[in-house]
Write a protein that binds this ligand. Structure first.
Ligand SMILES: Cc1cc2nc3c(=O)[nH]c(=O)nc-3n(C[C@H](O)[C@H](O)[C@H](O)COP(=O)(O)O)c2cc1C
Length: 211
């Protein structure tokens, strides 16, 4: 079956895309507005995209009323956000914060969560999350027509600080057996990490690597 994206009406292409690109990590993003009010929401259009500076992207859409989601509005206004990692035990709290709530509502309190201070940016970390990345927005890219209801705003962000819970961290690395990150599949489906295994990469054969 080959499906031409342009033939798909409405949100069908979007739904098929999120069925196909799986599992996606979830960025649970804290931002603040100009008055210092905290906002928290999950985003699975999220990935690590660069090493020096360490960089991530998140992609933020619009609410049904046509306004960009609060996370996007705040991140653009303040240029800062914190990406908190969602683990198995935080799944339900994460889901509560995904509700379409009025601008300015504190989703942290709604989900029974607390904050921990950030060091380099103003938005706080979610204290219950084992990993938080303090980020500064470095670039913005628009996906889709300006003003369209399904326009997305991709924010490229520099990670300026990593918070890693002590028990997960050894020799500069995070232990993959202890983290249990939640994955986002298509529709409303999620995945736990399955069995973890390792593979050695093929030996390098490019002349530069052999020198
Ligand atoms: C697991 C999960 C992943 C999500 N990923 C995205 C995403 O990548 N982009 C997006 O615009 N909305 C995404 N959403 C929806 C937002 O979280 C939701 O619209 C939220 O209300 C936005 O809140 P805000 O207006 O406070 O930023 C996701 C929801 C869930 C539950």
């Amino acid at each position: 079956m080959i499906i031409t994206a342009a033939d798909l009406p409405g949100r069908r292409a979007y739904r098929l895309l999120i069925d196909c690109v799986v599992p996606r990590p979830i960025a649970w993003i804290t931002t603040i507005d100009a008055e210092g009010r905290i906002n928290l929401a999950p985003f699975s259009f999220f990935q690590a995209v660069g090493a020096d500076p360490p960089s991530i992207i998140v992609s933020i859409g619009k609410h049904r009323d046509g306004a960009f989601k609060d996370t996007g509005v705040n991140a653009l206004a303040m240029n800062e956000l914190v990406v908190n990692v969602v683990t198995d035990e935080l799944a339900e709290a994460m889901n509560i914060t995904a509700g379409e709530h009025p601008f300015g509502l504190d989703e942290l309190r709604l989900a029974g969560l607390t904050t921990a201070p950030s060091q380099h940016v103003r938005p706080p970390c979610v204290a219950e999350s084992p990993i938080s990345l303090e980020c500064r927005v470095s670039q913005r890219v628009s996906i889709g027509r300006e003003g369209a209801e399904n326009q997305y705003l991709v924010l490229v962000c520099e990670v300026v600080a990593f918070h890693v819970r002590d028990d997960l961290y050894a020799n500069g690395r995070v232990d993959p057996h202890l983290l249990h990150p939640l994955g986002r599949l298509g529709g409303n489906a999620y995945s736990h990490p399955g069995e973890i295994f390792e593979m050695e990469r093929p030996a390098a054969t490019r002349p530069h690597d052999l020198a």
